[in-house]
Design a binder for this molecule. Structure first.
Ligand SMILES: [Zn+2]
Length: 311
């Protein structure tokens, strides 16, 4: 499912990996981890004027056209005040402003349900559920929240997978993800899971990328898997914390509703640099301008670490 070339440099070996399905590439230089940028997080612990805190949330966040917000457990879902998508909603996950590093499975499941409910009314759209945890992962508000987006066209990366999965299906008559999961389950990259398989992605698009593959293609099939997905996502976050990664991004991609075209929804999670006083970021020209991320951790090492310390 991927190809690998290795070259020697003056300071160690570099792997160039290419995902066969999409042609997506990354390079892995494990030497770069020695720069020791992975310091403990510097947390901004002041709620200040946070609009997501209890007391402010009902006064400062918008409502849906019928005047409502979606409440599931502790989570509150409402339209994004500053949307970049035709349908763009925000789900505040916890009432606690400081909860970003102690979110429970139940809180994740409730928030995912709120996101699902805010997305399911647009079956002709390509939805995704997204989460920037902490400012160094791009969150503009520290208070934990997810964002659902849905448009008439998929985002670039989701579109690549939807299109190439369809092509693979037409060519082989097989679902790419079934073949991927059966191969990866026997690899050193497999982490855990049965209904949803969680695997350290062989060609990571971000540091320590883990993907959880769902047995569904569209949002209207998603609800029965919310609890098991929340459990798995919580386990990945726990794995990250045990390594020292507190900041992360997550995205769950869906095809539009209707005919199964060979795509399977998956949740991608990547570790990000912890909040730090220098405002240093782990995203630079290779990641954003070349779409060819430089990775420090071998996916096989992440699999080994999980089995040794987290199983
Ligand atoms: Zn807050």
């Amino acid at each position: 499912m991927f190809s690998l070339n290795e070259v020697s440099s003056l300071a160690g070996r570099i792997q160039f990996r290419t995902e066969t399905l999409t042609g997506i590439r990354c390079r892995i230089s494990t030497e770069r981890v020695k720069r020791a940028l992975d310091r403990p997080p510097v947390m901004n612990n002041s709620p200040g004027d946070c609009p997501f805190c209890p007391g402010k949330i009902t006064a400062e966040t918008p409502v849906f056209p019928d005047g409502s917000r979606i409440i599931v457990g502790e989570s509150v879902t409402f339209p994004n005040l500053f949307p970049f998508s035709e349908h763009h909603t925000v789900t505040v996950i916890t009432s606690d402003h400081f909860a970003s590093n102690k979110i429970t499975e139940k809180q994740i499941a409730d928030a995912l349900t709120g996101q699902y409910l805010s997305l399911k009314g647009f079956p002709w759209c390509y939805p995704s559920i997204n989460w920037n945890n902490l400012p160094s992962a791009g969150a503009s508000i520290v208070h934990p929240h997810m964002q659902a987006i849905a448009d008439n066209a998929p985002t670039y990366l989701a579109g690549r997978y939807i299109e190439e999965s369809r092509r693979y299906f037409l060519k082989t008559g097989e679902v790419y993800y079934d073949n991927l999961i059966s191969l990866e389950t026997d690899s050193e990259r497999f982490l855990f899971g049965d209904e949803i398989s969680w695997i350290a992605n062989a060609v990571p698009v971000g540091e320590r990328e883990v993907r959880g593959y769902l047995p569904v293609h569209s949002i209207d099939e998603f609800e029965p898997y919310i609890d098991v997905l929340a459990k798995g996502l919580h386990r990945v976050i726990t794995l990250y914390k045990s390594i020292g990664n507190y900041a992360f991004n997550a995205a769950i991609y869906f095809d539009r509703c209707g005919t199964d075209r060979g795509f399977r929804s998956f949740c991608s999670v990547i570790a990000r640099i912890n909040p730090n006083p220098m405002s240093m970021s782990d995203t630079a020209f290779m990641e954003r301008l070349h779409m060819e991320p430089v990775i420090l951790t071998l996916p096989e090492d992440l699999g080994r670490y999980y089995r040794e310390f987290c199983e």
